[in-house]
Design a protein around this ligand. Structure first.
Ligand code: ADP
Length: 992
């Protein structure tokens, strides 16, 4: 009841103040009395006066009653104080707030005055009222005044609210009025226009009637017009004008023809330009090779000097030996001459014996001859002995010569093994020490590095000598990098490399990118590096292929759209590689969409992931040497790292960015870049992230090219192609201006995952040495897909691909019909993210649904892909462009001969069997150049002829292809070298 009464007086909300403060009942009563007085303030002074004249006794009795009757409240008082007090209930008008607050003290004063008046009256009329009661009443009154003030403040607030609501309403009304006025104006304009239209229509009608009447007059007058008549003159003028116009048109046509000629010449000029660029690149690489050779020459010069000394020694020895050799040959000559003489004498003796001269002379002669013979024989024996001893001597010296030669060889080998370190004068080592000390004093290297390099010099370590010789002719910066590489390789067994990617085979794979992450990761791990991977945690991953997956007991908060979001971190291993999975707790459920890509907010999804991934590394306190990001999805990492995280001290790493396909660049309105925390004003510039197509668009791949230390793509040919206007898709200029850090490295394939001799997905395992299994796989797939099995030798053509324009879908379609025409079978495994292509192939698939030679399987099926590689004899890849392409390499590993268009990575891995300019050992498939049906048909025809006419040669080709090495080893070595060079450069730069 009390609250009702109060709310009646004070309006909404006072009951709250009432319940909050809970004043004693007596106070309440007084407060009601005071409230009523308050109300009276709003009455005119005359009314007030009248009220006072009438009410003192009533009020007093009320106040007195209040002490004895708890439940009698204001309601009763209001009822007794008649209409005046009743009307005052409306009170506290909203626009009265100011006067109200000014009169705050007046209320207290007047209430005190009133109380005094009551007191005086009481003293006269009710002397029994005690002073204490009055004081208590005054206190109560004061408390009530306080309550009233609170109520007043609240009421004022309410008033404010009402005022602002009123203002908003007023604004709305104004708005509506403006709109009304606008509509009125429009209606007026429309009405005016309508009138105009009507006027115009009338005029048109008039004109029409005039024209028709003129026509009829002219028809009537026709033939009678003379040359001077104004109409004829006008006609002539028009004719002249017409002729002039015709001339103009003719001239314009000529100009257009000129322009089109120039346009025709443009592509050839562009082609020539790109050719020139390619040859320039080649020359540059030759130049760098030549520079390498020159530096190598310097070290060779040292070795050469040592060797020439040795050769001189050998020459002297050889001369000695030849002198020794000459002596026995002289002896031999003498021996032969003596032998001849002896032979002659013997012949004479025989002759003499035969003729038997009886005379004494002859006897004497005979004796002397005998003596001579004996003498000669003696001499002969002596010379024989001499020759023997000479020969022995000679043999000994030859042996000696051989020994010393061997010794020298050994020595030279040893010396070359020891890198002729002793030959280097002490001066060399001292100079090295001084260089190192100089760097230390100039603060170009750290104390530790200097200590390590000094120690190596002191111990005459061959590596430091090589480093010196290799970098002698280079700049100091490069010299430092080479030397620091030594300290690096001594202190660290391997690098710490972190890949941040959107895919990883086999758990989350859409295309080649997935294969690269696991293949390159494993190869680098095998080389002794510490490799880690960061992936989004997709709901659609193949979780059964992740070992020991578990959620970590941490939450990583990452920035997005102006606030922090939590990320749950999971870990697990995939084929031996440690992987971190990021699960964002964002309401958009970024990776909870049942698919990897193709969502309307892909730019948001992956910019969020990139930010969260770098944040994870930062918060985990990692100090990687290399952060390797891939494709547009994680391209944000590069600008984020250098713009935000390096400033926070997270700067140990170099950034490597690999673009697997320049067709996909991650473009979006510039404003979207802000979400992940990047500074759009700084980055939306033509030399940074601004897309070439529009000034308000940003390009993630461009950002990564600009901000990364190393930029790679997936084959050397593609690296050249993207430097051209057609290939670069708007990024050719950016790539050119960053060409020093841009290279093409051909991908490898995971030879463990793709191995026909261990593959569990295929029906029968086989190898290049035993191809029986291949035939059995062919039979198995024919059976599985219900294809004809009547002709075992009928060639089977396979094709496994994403069905997108890049892959030459029109040529894939042509290949199906071509294979059929040539008497083969065709199996296609593929799916398309492009609806109309998917529909087109669905139609073809339906058409050949129960055909005995053609089968189209429009889906993604990893297991089936293995079987198709194993079963097919030929493999078709007619791409319009192909950054690298893995399917040709996988096909060859499974003995399926590739038929490909010469572009990108296909050009770097498939070499035509019929191309005589290519050494035979490299010929491994069939290629064509023109991206049209004819080109493809002729390559397929050649392949079919080869297969049918020369089965043995075909088998050799299959075996050769299977033995080719497409493993990641050599590609991983190239990445390793790039990483190492970049890390060494960074360390050198850090000290300059
Ligand atoms: P891209 O990355 O452009 O798609 P690549 O030739 O580099 O082309 O890599 C394609 C990879 O994806 C290969 O490993 C291939 O076997 C696989 N692949 C493509 N389409 C399918 C499919 N429909 N089913 C199974 N695997 C497929």
């Amino acid at each position: 009841m009390a609250s009702v009464a109060c709310s009646l007086v004070l309006g909404r909300g006072f009951s709250c103040a009432n319940t909050l403060t809970r004043p004693p009942i007596a106070c309440l009563r007084l407060s009601r009395a005071v409230s009523c007085k308050m109300r009276n303030r709003h009455l005119s002074s005359q009314q007030k006066r009248q009220q006072f004249k009438r009410a003192p006794t009533e009020q007093l009795s009320l106040n007195m009653n209040a002490q004895s009757h708890d439940n009698i409240g204001c309601e009763a008082e209001e009822a007794s104080s008649a209409g005046a007090s009743h009307s005052s209930q409306i009170t506290i008008p909203s626009n009265d707030a100011e006067s109200d607050s000014n009169s705050e003290t007046d209320v207290a004063v007047s209430s005190f005055e009133e109380t005094n008046m009551i007191e005086n009256n009481d003293e006269q009329e009710h002397p029994s009222i005690r002073l204490e009661d009055l004081i208590a009443m005054i206190r109560n009154a004061e408390k009530n005044i306080l309550l009233l003030n609170q109520a007043r403040v609240y009421a004022l607030e309410e008033l404010d609210k009402i005022l602002s609501e009123k203002e908003a309403l007023q604004a709305e009304i104004n708005n509506l009025e403006m709109k009304l006025a606008e509509t009125d104006a429009r209606i007026k304009v429309a009405a005016q226009e309508k009138i105009n239209v009507e006027l115009l229509e009338n005029q048109l009608k008039k004109l029409k009637t005039e024209i028709s009447s003129r026509n009829s007059i002219e028809e009537g007058k026709h033939g009678t017009l003379d040359d001077e008549s104004p109409l004829v003159l006008e006609l002539n003028d028009l004719r002249k004008e017409n002729a002039l116009l015709k001339d103009d048109i003719q001239m314009l046509k000529l100009k257009v023809a000129d322009v089109s000629k120039t346009e025709e010449r443009l592509p050839s000029l562009e082609k020539r330009h790109s050719l020139l660029e390619a040859s320039l690149m080649e020359l540059q690489s030759q130049l760098s090779n030549a520079q390498d050779n020159v530096s190598r020459l310097a070290s060779l010069r040292y070795e050469c000097k040592a060797l020439s000394d040795k050769v001189e020694n050998l020459q002297a020895l050889f001369n000695d030996a030849s002198i020794v050799m000459d002596q026995p040959s002289l002896g031999l000559q003498q021996y032969h001459e003596l032998q001849k003489k002896v032979d002659k004498i013997e012949a004479l003796v025989t002759e003499a014996t035969v003729s038997k001269f009886p005379s004494e002379n002859f006897q004497h002669y005979d004796e002397t001859l005998r003596e001579k013979i004996e003498l000669s024989e003696k001499r002969l024996w002596e010379s024989d002995q001499e020759i023997h001893s000479q020969i022995q001597l000679f043999q000994e010296s030859v042996r000696e010569f051989h020994d010393s030669l061997e010794r020298l060889k050994e020595e030279s080998k040893k010396r070359s093994q020891e890198l002729s370190l002793e030959n280097l004068p002490q001066e060399f080592w001292s100079r090295l020490l001084l260089i190192i000390d100089g760097w230390l004093l100039e603060k170009k290297i750290s104390v530790n590095d200097a200590k390590m390099l000094r120690e190596m010099t002191w111990k005459k370590d061959a590596r430091i000598r090589d480093a010196y010789l290799a970098s002698r002719s280079k700049s100091e910066h490069e010299k430092l990098a080479t030397f620091l590489k030594l300290t690096y390789s001594r202190t660290s067994p391997g690098m710490h490399i972190i890949h941040i990617a959107a895919e990883m085979a086999p758990v989350a794979k859409v295309g080649g990118l997935g294969d690269v992450i696991s293949g390159l990761g494993k190869a680098l791990q095998r080389k002794g590096h510490m490799v880690e991977i960061v992936l989004p945690k997709y709901d659609c991953m193949q979780y059964d292929l992740i070992a020991d997956m578990k959620a970590l007991d941490v939450v990583v908060e990452s920035y997005f759209d102006g606030r922090l979001f939590s990320n749950k971190i999971w870990v697990g291993t995939i084929e031996g590689l440690p992987v971190y999975f990021i699960e964002p707790h964002h309401p958009a459920k970024f990776f909870w969409r049942g698919k990897y890509y193709g969502e309307h907010d892909d730019f948001k999804r992956f910019s969020f992931f990139s930010r969260a991934a770098v944040e994870l590394l930062y918060q985990a306190g990692k100090k990687p040497d290399i952060i390797h990001c891939h494709d547009w999805q994680t391209a944000f990492v590069a600008p984020l790292y250098w713009d935000i995280y390096a400033a926070k001290g997270f700067n140990s790493a170099r950034i490597c960015f690999t673009c697997h396909n320049f067709e996909y660049q991650g473009t979006a309105p510039a404003s979207e870049l802000v979400s992940c925390g990047l500074d759009v004003h700084q980055l939306n510039r033509p030399d940074r992230m601004q897309d070439h197509s529009a000034q308000d668009k940003v390009n993630a791949v461009k950002g990564a090219i600009v901000f990364s230390n190393i930029v790679t793509t997936v084959s050397p040919t593609y690296a050249q192609e993207v430097r051209t206007i057609e290939g670069g898709r708007g990024l050719h200029e950016t790539l050119k201006s960053h060409s020093k850090k841009f290279v093409g490295i051909l991908n490898g394939i995971d030879t463990d995952a793709w191995n026909p001799s261990t593959d569990n997905y295929i029906s029968v395992q086989y190898s290049a040495d035993d191809l029986q299994g291949k035939a059995e796989n062919k039979d198995a797939i024919r059976k599985r897909l219900k294809l004809s099995r009547s002709e075992g030798s009928q060639p089977l053509v396979g094709c496994i691909t994403r069905l997108v324009p890049q892959k030459g879908v029109h040529l894939i379609r042509h290949a199906i019909y071509c294979a059929l025409e040539l008497g083969g079978q065709f199996v296609l495994l593929g799916s398309s993210p492009v609806p109309h292509i998917q529909r087109e192939f669905e139609d073809i698939a339906n058409h050949f649904q129960s055909h005995s030679h053609i089968r189209l399987l429009l889906k993604y099926d990893d297991a089936l892909s293995h079987l198709i590689y194993a079963a097919s004899d030929m493999f078709i890849i007619p791409s319009m462009f192909e950054p690298c392409g893995l399917t040709q390499m996988i096909a060859m590993r499974y003995g399926s001969v590739p038929i490909v268009r010469k572009t990108g990575g296909l050009n770097d891995s498939v070499f035509d069997v019929d191309d005589n300019t290519i050494p035979e050992q490299y010929q491994n498939g069939f290629t064509f150049v023109a991206p049209d049906e004819q080109g493809l048909s002729s390559a397929m025809e050649r392949a079919f002829q080869h297969y049918i006419r020369s089965p043995e040669s075909w088998q050799q080709l299959v075996q050769k292809d299977m033995r080719l090495d497409f493993s990641w080893d050599s590609s991983a070595s190239q990445y390793e070298e790039l990483y190492e060079r970049s890390v060494a450069r960074a360390r050198a730069a850090a000290r300059v």
